[in-house]
Write a protein that binds this ligand. Structure first.
Ligand code: AMP
Ligand code: GLY
Length: 425
């Protein structure tokens, strides 16, 4: 079966690698892909939002399954465009992807179905939002742009002044574009954060092994929010007991709620959780693999990814086994200097050949391209995700940092404390 993967980041590189391992994979294409992905897939110069061209390509190449990695095309209805033409595609359709595309939708869903989450109010104009934050509320408070904002549309405001500035930025200056047409103001939660990804076929849910992301740009969780600066898997704080609570109060109720709303979810459903003193609560849903969660979860996947994905598409996930290795993985993201703010592109990357033939160390390309002379150059904010797999978290972490020392480019930066929480477990 020939496969088309839509996207071109570290997540799609990790997906491509898992697909390549499948006994059933034929040719693998990736649109648009990147320099690293081109080693295992044929990169196709079509943008992820060019649905008509992607559909035409899938027909021309007789693609057996298209896998959509990214949020924008999913929320924009790429799955509907493929299904309309009778093409097989893995991912939620537009009416289900709204669970990520609108935070107001997801908050209202959780409220309606009693799924534990932070208390909130939704506003569609700045004056009402200002009236609310001037009232009798406690700080810090969390402001969230309703729509997609590359994982950056969340502001944690410590006092009224910061909240006023945040409301202006999101709703008036439109710092996150139209994503800020509506605003969710949310109660601030404290606890350990965990990401749990799952496969869903509309009815049945099977969770993957847990992970933890590091969203802030700087060491010690300081600086602005990013797409994610590194991950480890599993989370030692996500016990079997917590898993069982989540299955009963969050995972299955969410899948049932989407079905009851006439929006059955098929694809990867990502639960961003906070393990609070009052039990696990949902911070956010995503309608796809996390990035860089995929870079630590997928290298630990033992099942054939195509078998699982096809079972989701066909609504028979209950009949397949989802297995992960009893080991651990850590991913350290190497980013361009200045990210998540302004950064330069086109810096030559050296040391990539270190990873050739390595079994437990992977260099997932997030933002890379080929320069005019054929060398691999930086082409994004997050450039590489260096993942190592080990028997346990500590050995995976030291191997990931050791491996990340082999690659370099001008202005490269990485956090030095990915996985620090492991020491507190
Ligand atoms: P989100 O995109 O909703 O996951 O938010 C990005 C990050 O902001 C999360 O990973 C948390 O670290 C933080 N965050 C979001 N919502 C809350 C909340 N209600 N309380 C505390 N931190 C939050
Ligand atoms: N790493 C978080 C996300 O993919 O949204």
């Amino acid at each position: 079966m020939d496969i088309l993967i839509v996207g071109g980041g570290g997540r799609e590189h990790a997906i491509a690698r898992s697909v390549k391992k499948s006994a059933r994979a034929g040719r693998i294409y990736c649109a648009p892909g990147n320099a690293g992905i081109s080693e295992i897939a044929e990169c196709v110069d079509i943008r992820p939002m060019e649905f008509d061209r992607l559909v035409a390509f899938a027909k021309e190449k007789n693609i057996g399954l298209t896998i959509v990695g990214m949020d924008d095309p999913l929320v924009g209805g790429i799955v509907d465009a493929f299904e309309k033409e009778g093409l097989r595609v893995f991912g939620p359709d537009k009416k289900a992807a709204i669970i990520e595309g609108s935070k107001a939708f997801s908050k209202d869903l959780m409220k309606k179905y009693n799924i534990p989450t932070a208390g909130y109010e939704t506003f569609d104009n700045a004056d009402d939002a200002r009236g609310y934050i001037d009232g009798d509320i406690s700080y810090p408070v969390v402001l969230k742009a309703d729509g997609l904002a590359l994982g950056k549309g969340v502001l944690i405001c410590n006092d009224r002044e910061e909240a006023h500035a945040g409301i202006s930025q999101i709703m008036e200056e439109k710092k996150f574009g139209d994503a800020g047409n509506r605003l969710v103001v949310e109660e601030f939660l404290t606890g350990r954060e965990v990401s749990v990804l799952s496969f869903v076929d509309g009815t049945t849910i099977k969770t993957m092994t847990s992970a933890q992301d590091h969203k802030r740009a700087g060491d010690g969780d300081t600086g602005p929010n990013t797409g994610g600066m590194g991950t480890f898997s599993p989370s030692p704080f996500y016990t079997d007991e917590i898993h069982n609570i989540c299955m009963k109060t969050i995972y299955q109720p969410t899948v049932d709620a989407m079905k009851a709303e006439g929006r059955p979810f098929r694809g990867v459903l990502f639960f961003g959780l906070m393990l609070t003193g009052k039990g696990p609560k949902v911070l956010e849903y995503n309608a796809r693999f996390g990035d860089p969660e995929a870079q630590v979860v997928l290298p630990r996947l033992e099942s054939d990814i195509l078998d699982i994905m096809e079972a989701c598409v066909d609504g028979r996930l209950d009949s397949v086994d989802l297995k992960f290795a009893d080991n651990a993985a850590v991913c350290v993201v190497v980013a361009s200097g200045g990210y998540p703010g302004h950064y330069e592109k086109g810096k030559v990357i050296t040391g990539l050949d270190y990873f050739d033939g390595k079994e437990n160390e992977f260099c997932f390309h997030a933002g890379t391209a080929f320069g005019a002379d054929g060398s691999v150059v930086t082409n994004g904010g997050r450039v590489l995700g260096i993942t190592a797999v080990g028997a346990d978290l500590k050995s995976a972490r030291s191997l990931a940092y050791e491996a990340s020392g082999h690659v370099s480019f001008e202005g490269a930066m990485k956090r030095s404390d990915i996985g620090k929480a492991i020491d507190e477990a």
